[in-house]
Design a binder for this molecule. Structure first.
Ligand code: FAD
Length: 369
C-alpha cells in the first residue's frame, strides 16, 4: 500500500499542536488517491525517551506510527533529522513526506530535499497529489497574493511543509474518544552516517529569544505598540511580551520615529502577521496597519479613545492608558505564576483565555473603583 507520511514534532509528553491540522490535510489527500493509500505518522525519538501522548493519531484515522529511534534524536538537530528521514525515505519510498512549516520543519526539509534530490514544495496552504505531480496553494509577497504550483514528481517522494494555522485544529483534538489500541507502532533504528560527537552542529544550550528577536511572521502572540504608548512605552510592551513569550510589533509611526526597528512594523508596508493573539496598545487602527494583522485569531485593543477604529476589529477592548494597564496585567499574571507553586509549565499553559480573563478582571476592577 502507498504511504503518505507526516513528520510530527513533540515534547516528552505531547505532540505539537500543529500535528492535528497536518494529519487532517494528509488524511484528505490519502482519501482522494485512486489506489489505497495510508497516512503514517513519524516521530524521531531517542531509545530511552518516553512515547508522547499519541491518542490523537487514531482519532484522526492514522493507524500506523513509525518511531525512528536514535541517540542523536534526544533533541532536535538538523543532521539527525536529515540523516534519519533520508534513511527512512530510501527504505520505504513514501509518496509524500510532509511536516509543519515550523522553524525546525523549515530547517531540515530543504536540506533533505537537496541531499536526496527530491521535489520539495515549501510553505503550502493546501496540497493535492495526482497525475505524478504535487499541486500546492502557496502565498507569496508576504501573503499579499496566492499562487498555485505544480511540481512534477517522476515517481520520486515529494517533500512539503504546510503553514500552520491555515486549516485549524480538527474538532477531534478536543475530544478523547479513541485509545491507542488501534495504532500499529513500528520501531526503526535508522543508520545515520555521523556518529555521536561528530555532528557539524553542536547543541550548547536552549535560550528563549527576546521579544525583539522573535520573528513576527512566525509569532503565536504579538504585543504591538503605536504612537499612543510613546517611546518609553515600548519597554513596558517588551516586558509584557516577555511574560507571554510574545513578539513585539509596531505601527509605522513607531518605526518611523525610530522607537523600534523597521523589521517590527506590521501593515501594508510592513509584515503581514497571523498570530493567535494580537494585543494592540496605543494603536488607532488605520487601514494600513490593520491590513497586516486582521487575520489574528484574537485581538485585544488598549486605547483611551472609544472611537478608535481598532475597537471595530477587537474581540476585547480596554478603554485605558496602555502604560498603566500593561504593568497591572503583568502583575496579575506573575502572581498567578507564583501561586502555581513552582509548576514551571505555567508559561506553556498560559492560554489566550487565561490572559483574557486576567485582563478582563482587571478592567472590571478598574470600573468598580
Ligand atoms: C502608503 C502608506 C503606507 C503605510 N503603511 C503602514 C504600515 O505598514 N503599518 C502601519 O502601522 N502604518 C502604516 N501607515 C501609516 C498609517 O496610515 C497610520 O498613520 C499609522 O498606522 C498610525 O499609527 P498609530 O496607530 O501608532 O498612531 P495614531 O494613528 O496617531 O494613533 C495613536 C492611538 O493611540 C491612542 N493613545 C493615546 N494615548 C494612549 C495611551 N496612553 N494608551 C493607549 N492608547 C493611547 C490614541 O487614542 C490613538 O488612537 C502607512 C501610511 C501610508 C500613507
Amino acid at each position: 500500500m502507498s504511504e503518505i507520511c507526516a513528520v510530527l514534532e513533540h515534547t516528552d509528553t505531547t505532540l505539537h499542536e500543529q500535528s492535528g491540522e497536518l494529519l487532517s490535510e494528509l488524511v484528505d489527500i490519502a482519501q482522494r488517491q485512486p489506489k489505497p493509500t495510508t497516512v503514517c505518522a513519524i516521530l524521531l525519538i531517542s531509545q530511552q525517551a518516553r512515547l508522547p501522548d499519541v491518542t490523537l493519531l487514531p482519532q484522526l484515522g492514522v493507524h500506523h506510527l513509525y518511531l525512528l529511534e536514535h541517540p542523536q534524536s534526544i533533541r532536535y538537530s538538523t543532521e539527525s533529522y536529515v540523516g534519519a528521514l533520508g534513511w527512512f525515505i530510501q527504505q520505504r519510498a513514501p509518496m509524500l513526506v510532509a511536516t509543519s512549516a515550523t522553524p525546525n520543519g523549515r530547517d531540515w526539509t530543504p536540506r533533505l530535499a537537496a541531499q536526496l534530490r527530491l521535489p520539495f514544495v515549501p510553505n503550502c496552504l493546501s496540497l493535492a497529489l495526482h497525475d505524478d505531480g504535487i499541486f500546492a496553494s502557496r502565498s507569496i509577497y508576504e501573503g499579499r497574493a496566492y499562487v498555485q504550483t505544480r511540481t512534477a514528481l517522476h515517481g520520486r517522494t515529494a517533500l512539503a511543509t504546510l503553514v500552520p494555522g491555515v486549516r485549524g485544529a480538527p474538532a477531534t483534538m478536543q475530544e478523547n474518544l479513541s485509545s491507542t489500541s488501534s495504532l500499529e507502532i513500528t520501531r526503526l533504528v535508522p543508520k545515520i552516517r555521523h556518529a555521536r560527537g561528530q555532528e557539524h552542529v553542536r547543541h550548547i544550550a536552549v535560550e528563549a529569544p527576546s521579544p525583539e528577536e522573535i520573528e513576527l511572521d512566525a509569532a503565536e502572540r504579538i504585543v504591538a505598540g503605536g504612537r499612543g504608548v510613546g517611546q518609553e512605552g515600548f519597554s513596558t510592551i517588551a516586558s509584557f511580551a516577555r511574560l507571554l513569550d510574545a513578539a513585539v510589533g509596531a505601527t509605522r509611526v513607531a518605526t518611523d520615529l525610530g522607537w523600534v526597528e523597521h523589521a517590527r512594523q506590521v501593515g501594508t508596508t510592513g509584515k503581514i502577521v497571523h498570530p493567535r493573539l494580537y494585543i494592540a496598545c496605543g494603536i488607532s487602527g488605520a487601514a494600513q496597519h490593520t491590513s497586516g494583522m486582521s487575520e489574528a485569531q484574537t485581538v485585544i485593543a488598549i486605547n483611551p479613545d472609544r472611537s478608535a477604529p481598532i475597537f471595530a476589529l477587537a474581540d476585547l477592548g480596554l478603554l485605558g492608558d496602555a502604560n498603566q494597564v500593561l504593568p497591572l496585567a503583568a502583575k496579575m499574571l506573575w502572581s498567578s505564576e507564583a501561586n502555581m507553586q513552582g509548576q514551571r509549565t505555567f508559561r506553556g499553559l498560559l492560554s489566550m483565555h487565561q490572559i483574557y480573563l486576567q485582563i478582563y478582571c482587571l478592567t472590571i476592577g478598574k470600573r468598580r473603583r
